[in-house]
Design a protein around this ligand. Sequence first.
Ligand code: AMP
Length: 208
Amino acid sequence: MNLVFLGPPGAGKGTMASRLAEEMGIPHISTGDMFRAAMARGTELGLKAKAIMEAGDLVPDELTIAMVRERLDEPDARNGYILDGFPRTIPQAEALDGFATIDRAVRFELAEDQLVRRLSGRRVHKPSGRIYHVDFSPPKEPGKDDATGEPLIQRDDDKEDAIRNRLKVYHEQTAPLVSYYEKKGMLTTIDASPRPDAVYEALKKALE
Ligand code: AMP
């Protein structure tokens, strides 16, 4: 199954995508993670993306589309995948339709004040991508990854100014994708406000 996960930053797309991908044995393809990995490696793409991402703006469509197109050509994507954070603009969605067949777009819905709370409390273990929240999903020891004991970080774009900008960018550029997929009869909406296990159950039920 080829899935697109849509929704504002902080709705829990990444957490749900990584869990479902693991259960289904298909890759979780997060464009945000791919850009962060490129930044960490110091590649040309990473250098181009760095300042844009830190401000919470979008990386240009042509770069993003080319990166995803290449990724979907990898052998592990042949039996399905979950796209998390892509497409994020109408031109990206149109380009995707040209090189992939998407089965469903799942939209995670959450009120704005909840998004801000979730993003500002988010902490990440960078090497593994494991995600915590200072209140809702705290690590056993504050500031440390449960499995390795290594330090957790706060993403630069999870700081307040960048959060506000990311939400604005979402409303202006990404929210129109909801009706894009709705018109195609491909949209499933999930209430992302309950606790993660309940959201996950609702997600699985919706995809049955
Ligand atoms: P995320 O981890 O999905 O919140 O993405 C982090 C940042 O990566 C975004 O704020 C953008 O700067 C960039 N990014 C991720 N996916 C895309 C995309 N599909 N198009 C443009 N920029 C993206």
